[in-house]
Design a protein around this ligand. Structure first.
Ligand SMILES: *[C@@H]1O[C@H](CO)[C@@H](O)[C@H](O)[C@H]1NC(C)=O
Length: 349
């Protein structure tokens, strides 16, 4: 009897191995099997299911429809945007009964029909809203996130907006990662969370991680969180410092720094972490002006070729070529725009 069991076990193990080897191997097949096509008209894949970061439009439509993602109230409640493959993700907070605050995401499909690189208009019509906790239930409980978020928004209504930072990225062969950073106290204690998905965007029961981050007692930062497609980074200015640094999500690695152009405050350039900004005008004046500029912004994202930084308080945006963060020492002109001249409710014509 025993040997029959062993034979059956061996057969099962072999058949498992064999089916694993039969998985698609080429990049094209792999991408196709994950609903990622070169043809942008083909979008989503039913097998992903609804509670993933990449449901089909048909499944997305089971969520609450949002006619337009831009009005003053929604703008105030928007924490960040992320653009991935053919989708736009708008993260917003929603407070119920003045007491319980949740993080929702409004998803928009057909990216190409929503952004015009020429006019710099982002058309946020016909989105679908779903609670992030429907995609990742653990976001509510890990580190008591929901209670902490609700208490902070309730207890600090005026400064609630700077308490929460969210990013979403997608990495080939890995899937999506949702990052959250909740400022708990004193401008230096955060609850941070990192929620990776499987390759198909399904986030439940993956290796979620959360922890508490603190700065040294004398440190204080202004932080702009960035969703750069496949990377989540921060632009940081440390109080009293003269550098604008680009730092990883965990705030451990100084990757590079940001400067104005050598001869102009209308240009921006990235320099290596070991370098300092060089200006033809007085260093202090230029530095102070750049710090003032960057401190206006709260979050940033990349859409097509443009990097967008958003200021909630000033209702302004900064738009610059996304190659700014891909090159060292190259200068790029930037534009400042009123948000009303960027977010649009009607269709792109
Ligand atoms: C942040 O730090 C944690 C703990 O060391 C690590 O597991 C995680 O991968 C880091 N995240 C990133 C984006 O580097």
């Amino acid at each position: 009897m025993k040997s029959i069991y062993i034979v059956i076990m061996v057969m099962i193990i072999y058949s498992l191995k064999f089916s694993e080897q039969n998985k698609p191997e080429t990049l094209k097949e792999f991408l196709r099997s994950h609903g990622i096509y070169n043809d942008d008209n083909v979008d989503g894949y039913d097998k992903f299911g609804q509670n993933t970061w990449y449901p089909t439009l048909k499944l997305m439509k089971e969520n609450a429809p949002i006619e337009c993602g831009y009005n003053q109230d929604l703008y105030d409640r928007t924490v960040s945007f992320a653009v991935i493959m053919n989708r736009i993700y708008q993260f917003v907070t929603t407070t119920y009964n003045d007491r319980y605050t949740y993080v929702d995401v409004i998803m928009y499909d057909r990216l190409r029909e929503r952004y015009s690189t020429k006019d710099k208009h982002l058309h946020l019509y016909d989105g679908f809203r779903v609670g992030v906790n429907h995609i990742i239930p653990e976001t509510l409980t890990m580190g008591n996130f929901k209670r902490r978020l609700s208490d902070l928004f309730y207890g600090y209504p005026l400064e609630r907006k700077k308490r929460l930072q969210l990013s979403l990225i997608w990495q080939k062969y890995k899937g999506f990662t949702y990052f959250s950073r909740l400022l708990l106290c004193c401008n230096r204690f955060w609850l941070v969370g990192e929620f990776p998905s499987t390759k198909d965007g399904y986030s439940i029961q993956e290796n979620h991680y959360y922890d508490y981050h603190a700065l040294r007692p004398t440190q204080s930062f202004h932080l702009v969180s960035l969703s750069l497609g496949n990377k989540a980074l921060n632009i940081i200015h440390e109080d009293g410092g003269d550098a604008i640094k680009i730092i990883d999500f965990n705030i451990t690695t100084h990757i590079s720094s940001l400067c104005y152009g050598r001869h102009s405050t209308q240009l921006l350039r990235q320099i290596s972490a070991t370098d300092t900004c060089q200006y033809s005008q007085t260093f202090d004046t230029m530095t102070k002006s750049l710090i003032d500029l960057i401190q206006s912004f709260n979050y940033g994202f990349i859409i097509f070729t443009d990097l967008i930084l958003v200021s909630r308080e000033k209702n302004l945006l900064l738009i610059v070529d996304q190659n700014l963060f891909r090159t060292i020492d190259q200068e790029f002109p930037y534009k400042i725009k009123d948000v009303k001249d960027f977010f649009q409710c009607q269709r792109k014509n």
